[in-house]
Design a binder for this molecule. Structure first.
Ligand SMILES: [Zn+2]
Length: 286
């Protein structure tokens, strides 16, 4: 099973069909999608929901929410409408702001997942129209909510770029945190660099384990995960690109996994099984 955990829907005509085709071309069974807001080029929440109603087997719709403006009541409404999670970017204050905790609390009660943009926010020339500030998106700001809301499934985009060290440590400590590798990281950083960030995959028994697993990994030795999962069971496949580039990002993930000689079960975890389990989707046939 392949699930693309990170896609955006644009409002432009034909975009949805191109995205569907692109995801099918890489063998994706499902994908999570959202409008990014607040700029006009992205689909509205209503358009995201309409897309999911058109392709219910394929699309997992997340509602975009502006933290600092949305109320718990609004969160309830989105859940009632059929959204299966929430996407956050461009919050009014940092993710860790006390004011946001009531939103996370409500979402945790609803049993729905959240997707945070983390790290640098692209500079696209909209700065003057919108109050955007990268520092509010720093991945370390997730620490406060991860400590409080142990039942909240949290996805962090971009491995916190450029705060990789903090992303790695948060992922190690919090069983409910998952990261995707979308953005420039997969393009510009080597597989070895990414493995180093996720260092607790390694163990002194690396060679001894080689017989069972091609990469020789013995997993979970330095993990704090109650399920004994290693870091590659916390990394998820997400593309975050235009439909025309989806296959290229899939190839980048394939290359990373091949270069690091991750065993097949971890390849399957990254490409879909971890997300399926986190979202409580039906157990994939593979
Ligand atoms: Zn994105």
């Amino acid at each position: 099973m392949i699930i693309d955990a990170h896609t955006h829907l644009k409002a432009e005509p034909g975009y949805l069909e191109r995205l569907i085709d692109a995801e099918k071309s890489i063998g994706a069974d499902k994908f999570i999608t959202f409008g990014a807001g607040p700029s006009g080029e992205w689909a509205s929440n209503a358009e995201v929901l309409a897309a999911a109603e058109k392709y219910p087997d394929m699309i997992i719709p997340f509602a975009y929410v502006t933290l600092g403006q949305a109320t718990p009541r609004r969160i309830d409404e989105y859940a009632r409408q059929g959204f299966q999670g929430f996407k956050f970017i461009n919050p009014v204050t940092p993710y860790s702001d006390l004011f946001n905790m009531r939103i996370y609390a409500r979402i945790e009660e609803l049993g729905l997942p959240v997707y945070f943009h983390t790290g640098i926010v692209a500079s696209l020339g909209t700065e003057k129209r919108f109050d955007i500030d990268t520092s509010r998106h720093k991945i370390i700001h997730l620490d406060r909510l991860l400590r409080r809301f142990k039942g909240l499934v949290v996805f962090a985009a971009h491995l916190g770029n450029p705060d990789y060290g903090e992303a790695g440590m948060l992922t190690r400590w919090y069983p409910n945190l998952y990261c995707d590798l979308s953005g420039s990281t997969l393009k510009k950083k080597s597989p070895e660099f990414i493995r180093e960030i996720l260092w607790w995959n390694e163990s002194p028994q690396r060679t001894a384990g080689a017989a069972e697993e091609p990469g020789g990994f013995v997993l979970g030795n330095y993990s704090n995960d109650p399920l004994g999962r290693g870091p590659w069971e916390k990394i998820v496949f997400g593309t975050d690109v235009a439909p025309e580039k989806v296959a290229e990002v899939k190839a980048d993930y394939d290359n990373l996994i091949t270069r690091l000689e991750l065993p097949g079960r971890l390849r399957r975890a990254v490409f879909g099984q971890t997300v399926a389990a986190a979202l409580g989707l039906a157990s994939p046939s593979e």
